[in-house]
Design a binder for this molecule. Structure first.
Ligand code: PMP
Length: 440
């Protein structure tokens, strides 16, 4: 409406004057959001949207359990984590209990964001091995701090992005079986093996140059590439090679972990591996800033040999109680199960659309971490970037918030709050069909 346009325009100008332009903003014509409830966002005109992108709000927006936990704890006690209080141990134990049976990881470090978690994980890996070199995959996003940005290798349209990585980073090929160096269907085990062998030769070359590897970091499902599942056998093979070279394996679970996969709590379980270091953040606090590193005592203790670790707000009573409230709600509301059921429904819906509309290429992901890749040609995989942006803009006008991802900005990312209902999933597929059938 006119009123909405006016208010959004004012807010846009205000933001552009006062806020850094280095941070991107969604949409050409953004709505001004005012309220969130479960998997819905509501704008200043009262219009509601199905929110298909807010993975930080894992439980859904405005969760009363989280609100009550904040209210209760901030009135009772909030102090830095050098004091002794019950909440820190309780939350750490709850996090460790989420690990797969037989895991030897027994130590938690708490920080305030995903970037901090990745930064700390890299520091821990370097401290524990006494080495510097870290191997990261192409087309990854791991954060904005000095170290997490160093392993961020997404180039987008910026030609300097890769050349400006520091010298302790080695960038390995991204194992994308749909459009990468080696391609093939899911059953073709040779695809993962070839990517892993290439990474193995990279490790040999690095060692020959005196650059033995401290660690290898990747998302357990390639979130930033559009929810692309790793080829079968790839991670098992790579982890074995990295460990044989004396390095540690870091799984960045900031986006893909924490129940989102539906069929498993962790992304790495999809590949049947167990990392040495895990990074977590986004959904831990349902919007409240919490991040963490899970590793073994042996690895974490290396930090004390090299100075110390302390985060003023990381692991404070407030963030621990919020984290516990999130875990309680996830269990009570069976959100991992819901991700599996509703995710399967979305996959079926998108797959049916792919049979009718040529622009839909591969459908990536699992559970409620999905990517619908849009291509101009299924053979050449030419990215349908402009089309994807226009489709998102149209979907917004129809009440669905979906945005693009991948370096080619041609994948519709689908990572809603885990409370998404089957009814809303149907609505989203119907609206996408409306856009595809009537044009954008
Ligand atoms: N790792 C991954 C895989 C991420 O997707 C992100 C955020 N998009 C981060 C780390 C950084 O998290 P934060 O924005 O909380 O610092």
């Amino acid at each position: 409406s006119l009123a909405q346009r006016d208010e959004s325009d004012d807010e846009q100008q205000r933001r552009e004057r006062a806020f850094a332009s280095a941070q991107e903003r969604y949409y050409e014509r953004p709505m001004q959001v005012q309220r969130g409830w479960r998997h819905h966002l509501v704008d200043t005109t009262g219009r509601s949207y199905v929110d298909m992108v807010n993975n930080v709000s894992g439980l859904g927006h405005g969760h009363p359990g989280v609100a009550d936990a904040v209210n209760r704890q901030i009135r009772l006690l909030n102090t830095n984590s050098r004091f002794l209080y019950r909440e820190l141990a309780e939350y750490s134990e709850r996090l460790l209990a989420l690990l797969p049976e037989g895991s030897e990881l027994d130590t938690v470090l708490l920080v305030n964001s995903g970037s901090e978690a990745v930064d700390l994980a890299l520091r821990v890996a370097q401290a524990a091995t006494g080495r510097r070199t870290v191997v990261a995959l192409r087309e990854a996003y791991h954060g904005w701090t000095m170290a997490s940005d160093a392993v961020t290798t997404s180039a987008y349209d910026n030609p300097n992005a890769l050349a400006s990585r520091p010298d302790w980073i080695h960038i390995a090929d991204v194992p994308n079986r749909f459009r990468g160096t080696y391609r093939g269907d899911a059953a073709d085990l040779s695809v993962g093996a070839k990517y892993a062998a290439d990474l193995g030769s990279d490790l040999d070359t690095l060692a020959a140059k005196g650059r033995d590897v401290a660690g290898f970091i990747c998302e357990s499902v390639l979130g930033n590439a559009g929810g692309v599942m790793l080829p079968d056998g790839y991670l098992t093979d790579v982890y074995a090679r990295v460990r044989a070279a004396g390095g540690l394996c870091i799984a960045d679970e900031v986006q893909v972990g924490f129940g989102r996969m539906g069929s498993s709590f962790w992304g790495f379980e999809q590949s049947g591996v167990m990392p040495d270091i895990i990074t977590i953040a986004k959904p831990m606090g349902n919007g409240f800033p919490i991040g963490g590193v899970i590793t073994s005592k042996r690895i974490a203790d290396a930090l004390s040999d090299q100075g110390q670790f302390f985060s003023s707000a990381g692991g404070n009573p407030l963030s621990c109680m919020v984290g516990i409230a999130v875990l309680d709600a996830m269990e009570e509301e069976k959100l991992q199960e819901n991700a599996q059921v509703v995710g399967a429904k979305l996959i079926a819906g998108f797959t049916a659309l792919a049979e009718k509309y040529e622009i839909i290429g591969p459908i990536h992901g699992e559970g409620l971490y999905l990517g619908v890749e849009l291509v101009r040609d299924r053979e050449t995989m030419e990215p349908a970037k402009e089309e994807a942006a226009a489709i998102c803009e149209r979907l917004k006008d129809l009440g669905v918030v979906v945005l693009t991802t991948s370096e080619r900005s041609n994948v519709l990312k689908v990572k809603p709050p885990l409370c998404l209902t089957a009814e809303s999933a149907d609505f989203v597929v119907e609206q996408l069909e409306l856009v595809l059938s009537t044009g954008w």
